[in-house]
Design a protein. Structure first.
Lengths: 168, 631
């Protein structure tokens, strides 16, 4: 079953553990600028949005690559870059509509999330559950339950008859 | 180099010049953070320099672990000569700035001189620029950060800045980063203001290198998990300290009013912080790479958004006889935006309320505003007037003592200060180890020290915490608040523990108090990051060296045993109510505790000054020669 890295920005506390652990895991050094995930922060508003590869169905990074260096890892679904083929032209970085393909500021290498081969480190350290790694069907099922849960409340509100339903 | 990025940036604002200096020489003796800060201020401060003169260096220190992936790795220590105490200043802040400074390529900043016109520093990727800040002068701390981020075109630039209070040299002005992470105490905002320096913006894409990355990753993952599972952090991450403060009031650890009482029944019944948090909290937030989230991010319609942590929850409530949580929040936001230390601010307002209550101060003395206990007008107007140095606020901005002196001798007699600062808002009459730590502390600060926390915890489970005290401090009595026994050793050990976290540039709440109750975890991290193979004792010896050098800086400024004291109220006025009714400090027992402490420290009992033998043992012979005179 396909798993996906799911971001719930509402829950993010902006701590940037994901960025720094990502760098430590992949580069052996602590440097958020080498992370494959970044948190965009509006600290005065309390709004924090983690941005990571969306693993698109038709990935611009893959389509634009002149050397076919970007490919999908069929085990995990992650879009990865073959360093042997990569020219370093950064086309994929500019083509990504989400700004989620990053560049190593030191070496100029393309940094793409490889989902840590199916066991993402960022998810392990996210303290708020803003990052989860779940089976897609399970995630949709949870949403279905949450929505169904709302329906009796809406009915009650619409009819003005609280005795119709005790839930919520 | 691993851990450290290896550079001190020295900047002279008068000359507009900067240069860098390597730090290797200092690492083994002082490690970094607070420790190296003490060394740098001791060496670069010329005795006799005024705190607000260009020659007073303003120093920012990160540690070797700052910016790493381990939880709680973004603390910065700030030091200078304090304009409040004329002793060494010490303040510490978290959030994101410290980590970013290291990514920008520097471990420490030493800023001297005075810019001709308002300026700010832009430090990025090994570069430093002094940029004009006339357009920022007068702006509050929130707006200042927004404007700089806009100007530099990068919302991720991290900034520490002063507000209008620092510009006007309010002696207890602070530094603010983000919406409420403050280097709060000892008046660092005034020192920065005196240099015409509005802000320091940092941004970098460099690395903090790790000697043993695989093991470090594994241990960091473990710590991240353990902290999230720890009961203290499960509480803090939902409520911040909102519920804890009420507990502190119940135990009689937080004073009510200007240390006038320790039990206010109405407060115990009506303290509404938890409800307020429930209603207005968007989320809890924390510092860089920390799974613990001790700060409440509140958004109150009509008042505004921002974070708060512990002190305002008591400083702007019980300490000012205030039960209106909107007033608490407005006061918190105001002090953060204007750049005032909330602890000293609330204590200063508390003084006015006590003087007014006792008939020593009339409304006419305070621009027609009656300083009634709990008055919203008194609280909010005083904050604004201090920061604006307007009317009576101008004098109050010079400090509590300066204000009280103007009112008269009876008023001056009421002032409760420890080494020129409002004591941390904790009660001492029933908590005797806390009293000792406050009195001998370098700026008067018992918390967060482990020994003090044990006295508070004791209330929950006396036998258990006595056992803990026996293990950690060698005496069950060390945990019993009202006992005078075993406190001196607890103070010494706690001070050394605290300095381990401070020297490493990490959070002492996590590594020594709430998540890990000793410094073993911090020690393991230190070796993995730096590649050193130190035993724990080596780190603790650095702590002892730092403690002694701190003391010698202050001795050079004239500090002696008599300054290690508490306001006389604590010796004369017993607690009237509450769990510890009747408790008061006994002078003789208190002095005995101090002597025991000096003895354990190897300091002279009569003067409280470190002995030559102790200093030489710690490799501080030169300091002994300079301050005690040549042998």
């Amino acid at each position: 079953m396909l798993k996906a890295l799911i971001i719930d920005a509402q829950k993010c506390s902006g701590c940037r553990s994901c960025e720094n652990y990502c760098s430590l895991k992949h580069e052996g050094a602590c440097n958020p600028a080498q992370g494959r995930i970044h948190v965009v922060k509006w600290e005065q508003e309390g709004i924090f949005v983690p941005i990571n590869c969306r693993r698109c169905e038709k990935p611009a990074c893959q389509l634009i690559c002149p050397k076919n260096a970007t490919y999908r890892n069929l085990e995990t679904g992650a879009m990865e870059v073959d360093p042997q083929r990569c020219l370093g032209c950064l086309s994929c970085v500019f083509a990504c509509p989400f700004g989620a393909t990053f560049v190593d500021p030191e070496s100029g290498r393309v940094l793409k999330c490889d989902l840590c081969d199916g066991d993402p480190t960022c998810v392990k350290v996210c303290p708020t559950g803003a990052l989860t790694y779940e089976e897609v069907s399970l995630e949709t099922y949870r949403k279905l339950l949450a929505n169904a849960d709302q329906i009796p409340i809406l009915v009650r509100a619409a009819t003005g008859r609280p005795e119709l339903c005790t839930a919520g | 180099m691993y851990g450290w990025v290896g550079k001190i940036l020295r900047l002279d604002l008068s000359e507009g010049r900067s240069h860098t200096e390597p730090i290797e020489l200092y690492n083994d003796l002082y490690v970094g953070g607070r420790g190296l800060g003490v060394k740098l201020i001791y060496d670069s401060f010329t005795p006799g320099t005024d705190a607000l003169a260009p020659g007073n260096p303003l120093i920012f220190n990160t540690g070797p672990l700052t910016g790493t992936a381990m939880p709680g790795s973004s603390r910065v220590d700030v030091t200078a000569l304090s304009p409040m105490s004329r002793l060494r200043a010490k303040s510490n802040f978290g959030a994101y700035w410290g980590a970013e400074l290291k990514f920008a390529g520097f471990d420490h900043l030493v800023i001297t001189g005075q810019a001709e016109k308002p300026c700010y520093l832009w430090i990025h990727d090994g570069q430093v620029e002094i940029r004009p800040a006339e357009h920022l002068w007068g702006q509050d701390t929130f707006q200042t950060q927004r404007l700089i981020q806009e100007e530099l075109g990068d919302p991720e630039v991290k900034i520490v800045c002063i507000g209008p209070a620092g510009e006007r040299l309010v002696r207890f002005a602070c530094l603010i980063s983000e919406t409420g992470d403050a280097a709060g105490r000892t008046g660092m905002g005034a020192v920065m203001g005196s240099k015409n320096l509005k802000a320091i913006a940092v941004r970098g894409a460099g690395s903090v290198k790790v000697a043993r990355p695989q093991e470090f990753l594994e241990l960091s993952l473990q710590a991240n998990r353990e902290i999230r599972e720890s009961p203290a952090y499960q509480e803090l991450s939902v409520w911040g300290v909102a519920r804890g403060v009420h507990m502190m009031y119940q135990m009689g650890f937080f004073p009510v009013g200007y240390f006038e009482d320790v039990c206010w029944e109405e407060l115990l019944e009506k303290y509404a912080a938890p409800e307020y948090v429930q209603k207005h909290q968007l989320k809890t937030v924390g510092c860089f790479c920390c799974p613990g989230r001790c700060m409440n991010f509140l958004s109150v319609p009509g008042l505004g958004k921002g974070v708060t942590s512990c002190e305002p929850f008591s400083g702007f409530t019980g300490a000012l006889w205030n039960l209106d949580m909107d007033v608490f929040w407005e006061a918190t936001l105001l002090t953060n935006k204007l750049g005032l230390d909330c602890t000293e601010t609330s204590a200063s307002i508390g003084l006015l309320m006590e003087l007014y209550h006792d008939g020593l101060l009339k409304a006419a003395d305070t621009d027609g505003i009656p300083m009634e206990r709990g008055s919203k007008e008194a609280i909010l107007t005083t904050i604004r007037k201090i920061a604006a140095r307007e009317g009576y606020g101008d004098l109050l901005a010079e400090g509590q003592r300066a204000f009280a002196q103007q009112v008269g001798p009876a008023a001056e007699d009421k002032v409760d200060l420890v080494k020129g600062l409002a004591p941390h808002a904790y009660e001492f009459r029933a908590f005797h180890g806390t009293a000792l730590m406050q009195a001998v502390g370098h700026r008067g600060d018992p918390l967060p020290l482990r020994g003090s926390l044990l006295e508070v915890d004791w209330n929950h489970a006396p036998e258990w915490f006595q056992t803990v005290a026996k293990e950690q401090f060698g005496s069950e009595e060390a945990a019993i608040p009202t006992s005078y026994q075993g406190k001196a050793r607890a103070a010494v050990i706690s001070e050394h523990m605290e300095r381990v976290a401070d020297n490493l540039g990490i959070c002492k709440w996590l590594y020594g108090l709430f998540a890990y109750q000793d410094v073993n975890m911090a020690h393991r991290f230190f070796n993995l990051v730096t590649g050193k193979d130190w035993d724990l004792q080596q780190l603790l010896t650095v702590s002892e060296r730092v403690r002694n050098l701190e003391r010698m800086f202050d001795v050079r400024q004239g500090l002696t045993r008599k300054h290690d004291d508490l306001p006389k109220k604590f010796f004369e006025v017993p607690l009237a109510k509450g769990k510890f009714a009747g408790q008061v400090l006994k002078r003789e027992e208190f002095e005995k505790m101090k002597e025991e402490y000096y003895e354990l420290r190897g300091w002279d009992k009569a003067t409280g000054i470190p002995t030559r033998a102790k200093l030489e043992e710690l490799g501080l012979k030169e300091v002994a020669d300079q301050v005690l005179g040549a042998a």
